[in-house]
Design a protein around this ligand. Structure first.
Ligand code: ATP
Ligand code: MG
Length: 410
């Protein structure tokens, strides 16, 4: 990719307004589009869904399949550079786009993140420099590989190599019989068996890297999942021990450098018991894009992860981000629309919006809804960022928010 700068508000080589494009119209695409528009760019989204959250707010919404040649041609005509908001965009489509326009991250980087087997191999290659290893694991692609799985990987988690998200496409297994059954259940597709690790916690790190190799890291996010979906992210000095946070940042920078990555990259880590009364880090997986755990940057940092994605794509400078407030992010799943006042109703009943007015009466609450037209249990509808003057204040506000929403305490 050239290091040419695409200045916002300028006329491009195409003789048109400078336009940034995104493959995928979900909430991450929407917030990218909004950040780009705030800086004066025109925007285009390719997503087949007429009601996609990003399609609804972009200047142009190309409604075709991700591998539709005409759709891709239109996107290239409209755009001066293109990014992606989800890792399962077909890699060949990014290759096509990349032949004619700057595309960041590159098809090659996205392809690594799309496939757990390649992703683990990349983490293993990086380990001498990153200092962090993935969990012990084995690829299972044939009955022979299944039979050859070392006993010390059990109990473990069998994960499909491709297309898993929010805990989907994975099954916990205790022994070989359960492993065989699980592989059958997953359709005998290529999988990775990972040893079940003694998690003390989970964290993630965002970095943004420019085409010139300049890379900046954001503060480390402590994540709490519920039912396999991210529920809460906390980012403040009490969230992750400083030594682990520094190691996680250095590891993420090394992983991005090793891929010659351009754009925003998020890497997830497990914090595990090191067997000596302390903690260690294990690298879990990466997302070649902004990440749900990075939404706190919108209100708590002087550079949001979406503006960083815009800057990296457009070849603009990437100053080191500074967090100016402790932050807690609460994910708003569709379930909240079926429990007004914290009392759960039947999913068949009419959805009722949560008590936003009461939530927004609390200082330092920032509501982000994604414009999805219907609420469903488990569907990511939005998130709430909470900021404040101190960790204690942010935690206190978050506790009040969780009570209002009928969610479990911190
Ligand atoms: P997402 O894309 O939403 O982050 P995913 O479906 O790709 O999730 P993972 O991140 O690999 O899947 O796993 C989901 C969760 O399951 C992790 O956040 C962690 O809580 C748990 N988990 C995964 N692998 C292990 C492991 N080896 N040991 C213990 N817990 C694990
Ligand atoms: Mg994950």
């Amino acid at each position: 990719m050239s290091v040419k700068t695409l200045l916002p508000g300028a006329l491009s080589d195409r003789g048109q307004q400078m336009t940034l494009g995104v493959m995928g119209g979900g909430q991450l695409g929407r917030m990218f589009v909004q950040a780009a528009q705030a800086m004066g760019y025109f925007t285009a989204v390719l997503d087949p869904d007429p009601a996609s959250p990003a399609g609804l707010v972009a200047h142009w919404h190309i409604q075709t399949a991700y591998d539709d040649e005409q759709g891709l041609a239109q996107l290239m005509q409209r755009c001066d550079a293109i990014t992606t908001e989800f890792e399962n965009v077909p890699a060949p489509a990014l290759v096509t786009l990349g032949a004619h326009r700057p595309v960041a991250p590159s098809a090659a980087c996205v392809a690594v993140a799309q496939d757990r087997i390649q992703e683990k191999a990349h983490f293993v290659q990086c380990a001498p420099v990153s200092g962090v290893h993935p969990a012990p694991c084995a690829a299972i692609e044939t009955p022979e590989l299944l039979a050859a799985v070392p006993a010390d990987l059990l109990p473990g988690i069998l994960k499909t190599a491709r297309l898993g998200y929010d805990g989907k496409g994975q099954i916990r297994v205790r022994d070989r019989a359960e492993l065989t059954e699980a592989w059958d259940k997953l359709g005998r597709v290529p999988c990775v068996l990972e040893k079940l690790m003694p998690l003390q916690g989970e964290c993630s790190v965002l970095v943004a890297r420019g085409a010139d190799g300049q890379v900046v890291a954001f503060p480390v996010q402590k994540n709490t999942h519920r039912d396999g979906i991210l529920a809460i992210t906390e980012v403040h000095e009490a969230a992750v021990p400083a030594d682990l946070a520094q190691r996680a940042q250095a590891s993420t920078v090394a992983i991005a450098n090793h891929l010659n990555y351009v754009g925003v990259l998020c890497v997830e880590y497990f914090i595990v018991d090191n067997g000596q009364g302390g903690s260690d880090l294990i690298v879990n997986e990466m997302a070649p894009r902004p990440h749900n755990s990075g939404h706190y940057t919108q209100n708590a940092c002087d550079l949001s992860q979406f503006e960083a994605q815009v800057r990296a794509l457009a070849g603009l400078p990437l100053p080191s981000p500074r967090q100016h407030s402790p932050a807690i992010m609460v994910n708003l799943l569709g379930d909240l629309w079926f429990q007004p006042n914290g009392v759960r109703t039947q999913a068949s009943e009419q959805p009722v919006p949560p008590p936003w007015a009461q939530v927004l009466a609390l200082p330092g609450t920032h509501l982000h809804l994604y414009g999805k037209l219907s609420a469903r249990p488990g569907r990511k509808m939005g998130h709430l960022n909470i900021t404040g003057a101190s960790v204690a204040q942010v935690r206190e506000t978050a506790s009040q928010v969780l009570v209002l929403l009928g969610l479990p305490p911190l």
